[in-house]
Structure formats: structure tokens, C-alpha cells
Design a binder for this molecule. Structure first.
Ligand SMILES: Nc1ncnc2c1ncn2[C@@H]1O[C@H](COP(=O)(O)OP(=O)(O)OP(=O)(O)O)[C@@H](O)[C@H]1O
Length: 254
């Protein structure tokens, strides 16, 4: 459902010269699965998700979403995905229902289908109580629910979450994770980027640990812990990155 092969992205940065954000990344995500991209700041997570959502063009390799090549069929890809980040906005002067309807129409849903989807989505996310509440009056938790609702209103098979819980308190973050789990259980193919270990352990079926644009390790949390003989995910993450940095400093010219 998502297929990424040897994906590369180089940026020409005025100050730093050429920056390699993705250095040959490969993975696959299946329907009914949450695939986590776990990496520190600057690892390349957002760049990868932007390529998958057709906002950026890769400089090499291949990516396919819902059967469509992202560089050849961007419109088809965009119709097949929902993208949510921590600043996927809502509008102060629209109610929850108005905003979600607005996005549904932007995605081209007809009025009957839109009404049906609003009912389904508001039921899944338990949003009936806030349907007529203005954005300006909503708690952070409710704003997040509306953001998720606008992301999934067109019922896309693929969902892309870019650090959706960043800056949220524990309760709101938990509600977001619960919603993602429900979506996974309904068969969605989900890619989820984060730098929070606990989220990965609680939510992701498989993960890739990404650093400096490369996947350092990939598998289920159990597989990774067994393979690296390290039962603590945070230690494992730290060890992998330290080892990589050490080998890099040993091989780079002085
Ligand atoms: N438009 C750009 N121009 C130049 N460099 C960029 C650009 N976008 C990203 N980069 C660089 O690419 C690298 C990867 O950035 P990216 O935002 O993908 O990382 P990330 O893993 O999402 O990190 P964060 O958790 O901080 O968002 C970084 O070195 C970043 O500075």
C-alpha cells in the first residue's frame, strides 16, 4: 500500500551547501498496519512524509502510495491519503461540523456521501457533542479531534501522521493514539512519525529507526529488542545512533 525504494532527497542549502535529507530509504507499509518512523530532529522523517504526500519531489529512488507512483500520479496519490501534522489547523469561526464539511467538499464528496461520512467520522471520534461548537471555543483535545476528522473525511486508504502529538498533554495525546489505533483496526495503512519512544512501543506494529536520512534498523519493537539484545527501546535507539556516529567519525576524513 506504501512502497518506498532507495528514496533520496538532497537539498541545496544556501548556508550548508548540499544537504542529504534522505540517503536511500526503503520500506513497505501494509493495510491494517501502523508503521512508525522514529528518529531525532533532522533525521529526515518530515522530508520522507512530504515526498509521500507529493509536496516535495525526491531526487532519486521510488515511492508508491495506494498503487500510484508519487512523482507520476500526484493527484491520484493526494486523493488516496489523509495527512495530519501537529499544526493541521482548524478555523476559529467555523464549527466542527462546518469545518469537516468544508474539507469533505474540497475532497469532492457529494452531499449524500458527505452526510454519511460526517455521521461515521463523528461517531468514530465521539464528536457529536462538539458538532456545533466554534473552533475558538474548543479545548486542545477537541481541536485535535477535528483535525483528525478533517484528515479522514474522504475515507482515504492511507493515512500519514507527522508528529501529531507534539506539544500535546498526556490526555490529549492518548486520545490521538486511540483514534489512530481505531483507524488501523478499520484497515487503514498508516505511517506515523515521532521521536517519542513510548508512542512507538504502544502504537506501532513495525518501526524504522531513522537517522541522518538512513534507516539504521527496522522491524517490530520485539524483533528489534531481541535482535539487538536490548530490552529497553530508548537504550536501543541511543546505542544505534551512537554507534553510527562513532563509525562515521572514524571513517570521515580529518
Ligand atoms: N527546504 C530545505 N532546505 C534545506 N534543508 C532542508 C530543507 N528541509 C529539510 N532540510 C534538512 O533536511 C534534514 C532532514 O529534515 P527533516 O525536517 O526531514 O527531519 P525530521 O526528522 O522531520 O526532523 P524534525 O523532527 O526536527 O522535524 C535536516 O538536516 C533539515 O535541516
Amino acid at each position: 500500500m506504501i512502497r518506498v525504494q532507495d528514496l533520496r532527497k538532497d537539498f541545496d542549502d544556501l548556508k550548508r551547501g548540499q544537504v542529504t535529507a534522505l540517503d536511500g530509504v526503503s520500506f513497505e507499509v501494509r493495510p491494517g498496519e501502523v508503521y512508525g518512523l522514529l528518529g531525532p530532529n533532522g533525521a529526515g522523517k518530515t522530508t520522507c512524509l512530504r515526498i509521500l504526500s507529493t509536496v516535495l519531489q525526491s531526487t532519486g529512488g521510488f515511492a508508491e502510495v495506494a498503487g500510484h507512483d508519487v512523482s507520476r500520479f500526484p493527484a491520484k496519490v493526494r486523493a488516496s491519503i489523509g495527512f495530519m501534522s501537529n499544526n493541521t489547523g482548524i478555523y476559529d469561526r467555523m464549527t466542527a461540523r462546518e469545518l469537516v464539511e468544508h474539507y469533505g467538499r474540497l475532497y469532492g464528496l457529494g452531499e449524500d456521501r458527505l452526510k454519511e461520512r460526517i455521521d461515521e467520522v463523528f461517531e468514530t471520534l465521539q464528536m457529536h457533542e462538539i458538532a456545533d461548537m466554534l473552533g475558538s471555543k474548543m479545548s486542545t483535545g477537541n481541536r485535535q479531534k477535528v483535525s483528525i476528522a478533517r484528515t479522514i473525511i474522504h475515507d482515504p486508504p492511507v493515512l500519514i501522521f507527522d508528529e501529531p502529538t507534539s506539544g500535546l498533554d498526556v490526555l490529549v495525546a492518548r486520545a490521538v493514539l486511540d483514534a489512530v489505533r481505531k483507524l488501523r483496526d478499520s484497515g487503514k495503512c498508516i505511517i506515523y512519525s515521532t521521536h517519542i519512544m513510548r508512542e512507538v512501543e504502544k502504537l506501532c506494529d513495525r518501526i524504522a529507526i531513522i537517522h541522518r536520512g538512513r534507516i539504521l534498523a527496522a522491524g517490530s519493537v520485539d524483533e528489534l529488542e531481541r535482535e539487538h539484545d536490548e530490552p529497553d527501546m530508548e537504550e536501543l535507539f541511543f546505542d544505534l545512533i551512537s554507534e553510527y556516529e562513532k563509525s562515521r567519525s572514524e571513517t570521515s576524513p580529518v
